[in-house]
Design a protein around this ligand. Structure first.
Ligand SMILES: *Cc1c(COP(=O)(O)O)cnc(C)c1O
Length: 403
């Protein structure tokens, strides 16, 4: 699982160079290529930049994606600069007039509009700027039968939500859009929905079909000939308990090809984040101390959840590999090297809070002070969602391996 390049760097860095994020760009490239190859050629693949907006990551994905989904003015600026010329779709709730103005100036290709007021703001900002054609997708809370979402980890659609428009609100928006009566600058190009995350391929296909059907009915009911795009969102599941069990892109690609056949003349688009980049990142650190309390073993690591908040937010054990450090130089202290063998150990960080847990009561053959631990699946929603400044520990190093 861990490549030799990542392992070599993880063991060669000195303790003071740790913790470190190590990104395996060849692995990212191979994964993105495999995902793209599994999808039908006409399906557009956007990457949701909020999962990991590091420029080397964005650039490595560039040959394999159609564009990027961005969710703030900051992401618009950042992604435009990192991958100039790549199409951007600007989503997210609460866009300000300033953000909309800047996005129009930067020529953002698609706006995912989340509310009626936002549509009016966008029209006004475009008119002020003398821009006469702005391509809009309405983000819709497409209703799903309750069994359609199954065990979705984070359901966002078909129930009360701060995101997107309910179907009744869509009706009220239509008069503001050209093709549906308005002579203003906004063109209704399609429907966007991002209803759930953590879904497996069959559940994703069910949701995609529901969104595409809903879009077709809307377009037929109102004669919306320009409504040719359906963005069915992201949320492809990843399994932190089983890093090798990956989303079934082959089955998903086949299902999306069938869906495309049932919707001729319409472009289907997806915008995954986590499932594209989660596997390429490693958070590497070292064991500072090992101790027992109340009969349980704890390993205290350099760093913690202020660098990788993922296990705290998702309440899971972050998967990891122990990299044993056996050189005599590793342990020069004149006392016995603290260690645990063949017993469950809880991996914690340096923060003064009981929530700073990276993995709980995990069985390891052996773990000693000075050993390295490489946490896997740290390439998405890891560093960039973390509370870096809490306790003022040094920031990790960042290494983008590309050989
Ligand atoms: C976060 C987000 C995504 C990506 O979700 P993942 O679970 O990372 O695939 C896609 N679209 C929208 C609108 C989002 O908010």
């Amino acid at each position: 699982m861990i490549t030799s390049a990542v392992r070599t760097l993880a063991t060669e860095l000195t303790g003071d160079d740790l913790p470190a994020y190590v990104y395996d760009l060849p692995a990212l490239r191979a994964h993105a290529r495999a995902v793209r190859d599994a999808l039908p050629p006409g399906l557009e693949l956007y990457y949701a930049a909020k999962a990991n907006p590091a420029p080397p990551v964005l650039r490595t994905l560039a040959p394999h994606v159609t564009g990027y989904e961005v969710a703030s003015g900051g992401e618009v600026e950042h992604v435009r600069a990192a991958v100039p010329g790549a199409p951007l779709a600007f989503g997210g709730p609460g866009k300000t007039e300033g953000e909309l103005r800047r996005a129009l100036t930067l020529g953002v290709e698609r706006f995912h509009v989340e509310s009626e007021q936002e549509l009016r703001l966008l029209a006004g900002v475009a008119e002020d700027a003398g821009i006469d054609a702005v391509d809009v997708l309405l983000r819709v809370n497409v209703p799903l039968a309750s069994d359609e979402l199954g065990g979705a980890a984070l359901a966002m659609g078909g129930r009360p939500s701060p995101f997107g428009l309910d179907p009744e609100a869509v009706q009220r928006c239509l008069p503001l859009l050209s093709g549906a009566g308005s002579r203003g600058p906004l063109r209704l190009r399609g429907i966007h929905a991002h209803l759930a995350s953590g879904l497996d391929a069959p559940a994703q296909l069910t949701v995609a079909a529901a969104i595409a059907d809903w879009a077709r009915k809307l377009s037929e009911r109102h004669g919306l000939d320009e409504l040719t795009e359906v963005n069915v969102g992201g949320g492809m599941g990843v399994d932190y308990a089983h890093p090798d069990r990956r989303f079934d892109w082959a089955a998903y690609g086949k299902g999306m090809a069938d869906l495309a056949l049932r919707h001729p003349g319409r472009t289907l688009r997806i915008e995954p984040g986590r499932a594209l980049t989660v596997y390429c990142g490693w958070y590497v650190t070292e064991v500072l101390d090992i101790k027992h309390s109340g009969g349980e073993a704890f390993a205290v690591l350099r760093g913690g959840t202020h660098h990788i908040r993922t296990p705290a937010t998702k309440q899971h054990d972050q998967p990891f590999q122990v990299l044993p450090m056996d050189t005599t130089a590793t342990w020069t202290r004149p006392w016995a090297r603290p260690a645990v063998r063949e017993e469950p150990v809880t991996l914690v960080g340096q923060l003064c809070t009981p929530k700073d847990v990276l993995a709980r009561r995990v069985q390891v053959p052996e773990l000693r002070a000075g050993d390295r631990v490489a946490f896997a699946m740290a390439g998405a929603y890891a560093w960039n969602i973390s509370h870096h400044d809490f306790l003022m520990h040094p920031r990790p190093g960042f290494h983008y391996l590309d050989t």
